[in-house]
Design a protein around this ligand. Sequence first.
Ligand code: CA
Length: 259
Amino acid sequence: MSIVKGSILSKVLPNIKRKTRQGGQEGVRMERVGERDAGATRILIIEDEKPIADLLDMSLTSAGYSCDCLDNGTDAADAAESRKYDLILLDVMLPGIDGFELMEYLAPLDIPVIFITARSAVKDRIKGLKLGADDYIVKPFEIAELLARVETVLRRYHKTESRIAVGDVVVDTQSRVVTKAGEVVPLTAKEYNLLMLFLQNKNIALFRETIYERVWENEYMGDSRTVDLHVQRLRKKLGWQERIAAVYKVGYRLEVREE
Ligand code: CA
């Protein structure tokens, strides 16, 4: 997780540049396009309230995105112009140039923008959308809603990865075909959904009831055997006995180390 801290220009921009250079994996990514990790999707967070910026960063990083945070429109305009980002989360109320003014600058860059606004006034939402924003989120928001909106906007722009790779396991989310070391692994629909839930929540301990409610789309009645059985089947099929770790009194966690 990388949080670009501080508001001093000289501190912020070098961080961005350094990060870009570290992306020396760019060449590798180009060659392996389609096989890169979901973490390659880059999001620029423009938000001056640090707790909210941190929350966005943490939530999106946990979900596998790569994030940079900036707290003012001037730096954000420079960063956005680098065209390194797949999506921008833009706060409306910013010091100096506000989100609406910045939007007029960002619109021609063809990077999808989601407004983050504390204002619930309908006219502000409409203004944001008229200026070319793709969606908006009203503070306070729930993480699940944030992730869903981000995913929807990225999908609309065809910028979600259609292939997600973890180790030698590759998921093609368009064909829903899963391979391990190049061999197709037949999964049931529930096993596939379970795998996707883990992949969308890398390194996060998921409660059995959360897993049940998300995968089975049903209310959890306290019977954990269904979840446990499917996790065991998934572990066996993918050779992920270690990777899908049991979390005492909670449930399970997919462990993915950062490369
Ligand atoms: Ca603000």
